[in-house]
Design a binder for this molecule. Structure first.
Ligand code: ZN
Length: 300
């Protein structure tokens, strides 16, 4: 089944919603990073939400969502673009935590209250747009809604979920983001709130066969909503040998020389897809020259 995002707008208002199924995307992330359930859920929720953000913001070339966790997951970084290409990693994929009271996977303690959530948008300008908030709960969707409200002054509701089987495999994943800008009629907000309170867990609904269109219909029930677009989502990494080479050059002349002397080769592993890039002695020597040139340029 294809992963995609449905865009739906409420006529006569500025309210817009994005509803996603991301099962394949999260399955792939789980397979790449060999995540245990806490990390599968945390990374899956973040990937789903950043995927929606990527296709929903037309002026943004690339968007990154980063969480510096106070909890044991340490760091989550997810990125996406307008084409719905999403990639990400969690620095501690094998965290094990007891479930929460209701038996749910404990993403909240994995991330931890008081963590920092950062959003970076590449708008094709000299400087990227940066926004950040302190994590309030740790479940990620609520915290992203808090970010939209606080940092972008854009009242929003977010939801994201990953349904994980007992053996750790991903059964379904999905989520939504709804923006309700200031000035939205009070009766629209009230209806939306009532609808949202009935929706429950998105991932279970998708597992039972519902589609993103069904979710949009339920969340926007009794409102004049109209589907205005559909974009696909997929896990896709855009690393390359050239990017890996540039990352190595950033180590600087001294580190590169040490690498050449001690190992005779350089290796870079992409943190998003685990692709390995190997550079031999001659290539390392070339890099040392480039690194040298760079330091000369800075001096002059
Ligand atoms: Zn990669």
């Amino acid at each position: 089944m294809e992963d995609y995002v449905v865009r739906s707008a409420i006529e006569g208002t500025q309210v817009i919603g994005f509803f996603a199924r991301s099962t394949g995307l999260v399955e792939k992330a789980q397979a790449i990073h060999q995540t245990f359930p806490v990390a599968t859920c945390a990374l899956g929720r973040a990937l789903t939400l950043v995927g929606i953000m990527g296709v929903s913001q037309k002026k943004v070339r690339r968007i990154s969502l980063q969480i510096h966790c106070r909890g044991p997951l340490k760091e989550i970084l997810v990125q996406s673009n307008q084409k719905g290409e999403v990639r990400g990693y969690v620095s501690q994929p094998m965290v094990i935590l007891p479930p929460r009271k209701e038996g749910k996977i404990n993403v909240e303690d994995g991330v931890g209250k008081g963590s920092q959530l950062l959003v970076m948008k590449d708008l094709g300008l000299k400087e990227p747009y940066l926004g950040s908030v302190e994590v309030q709960r740790g479940g990620i969707a609520y915290d992203l809604a808090y970010y939209f409200n606080r940092s972008e002054q854009l009242p929003s509701a977010c939801s994201a979920g990953v349904y994980v089987a007992e053996g750790g495999e991903v059964l379904s994943a999905g989520g939504f983001i709804i923006h309700t800008p200031f000035g939205t009629p009070e009766e629209v907000i009230t209806t939306l709130e009532q609808n949202l309170s009935r929706v429950g867990e998105v991932s279970k609904r998708l597992f039972q066969g519902e589609t993103p269109e069904d979710l949009a219909e339920e969340v926007f029930a009794s409102l004049p909503a109209r589907v205005t677009g559909r974009e696909s989502l997929q896990y896709h990494c855009y690393c390359s040998s050239d990017r890996a080479r540039r990352a190595l050059i950033l180590l600087g002349k001294e580190e590169l020389t040490k690498l050449l002397e001690e190992q005779g080769q350089g290796e870079v592993t992409c943190p998003f897809c685990n692709q390995k890039y190997l550079f031999d002695r001659r290539q390392l020597q070339e890099m040392i020259v480039s690194a040298q040139d760079k330091s000369r340029r800075f001096k002059s």
